[in-house]
Design a protein around this ligand. Sequence first.
Ligand SMILES: [Zn+2]
Length: 279
Amino acid sequence: MRSICAMRSLLAAAAATAGPTVLRAGAFPPRPPLLSLPLRRVRAAGNMLGAARSASAAAQSRIGGEAEVRASLSGEIHVIVGPMFAGKTTALLRRVQAEAGNGRTVALIKSNKDNRYGLDSVVTHDGTKMACWALSDLSSFHDKLGVEAYDKVDVIGIDEAQFFDDLYDFCCKAADCDGKIIVVAGLDGDYKRKKFGSVLDVVPLADSVTKLTARCELCGCRAFFTLRKTQETKTKLIGGADVYMPVCRQHYMDGHIVVEATRIVLDIDRSTVTAQALK
Ligand SMILES: [Zn+2]
């Protein structure tokens, strides 16, 4: 991988020679996973960091010297959390597509553990779809993409981030060292309301954290938690509305009691059947 120093020299030279650049949005095709729009070099020239900043990009490139170039290498991390059905994936896709519309090269990653809608795309509960990389771990992203393609990526979206154990290290390196903008979407808590995977671990690294809420399936109030409807007890159980529902605090407490009581009854039934079978 190209070193930061080498990058800075390269970009300083680019910034010195680059004139004002006009940004234009491009169409957003569903494929390929790595979306390359024509103005990738705009950011490399040190004059584009965010949509809000793009208007002053040309001015910055004229004023700027190495200081601006150095600043442009700093990445960002944005974290979107909440219970299931809160619109996290929708918010992620919206953000990533907006970045692509601003001329950035974007890539979307999801866990290959979640194959509910196939492995080649991220799909929201309302059917919005975008091509993605389905990976077992984030550390393999760089190798899968290759050095050249990785260097061209400006924005990396990560969906269902709770399934990636190496989330912290990946975000650190991608944002701090490689200057990427990372948008992380995932469950902050599991069905027991305990932290899920490493999503909360990246909060101290983040530029922004957004906690979304859903609607309680039982009363329509704001839902902060995910209630598992089944008796399954393993943490990583992939499922949709058949297994989980978003609930408010009161209905989480009520529902949890009902689910626990049912589990105890079923356990007693099971042990009774086993005991009778052994007689
Ligand atoms: Zn409720």
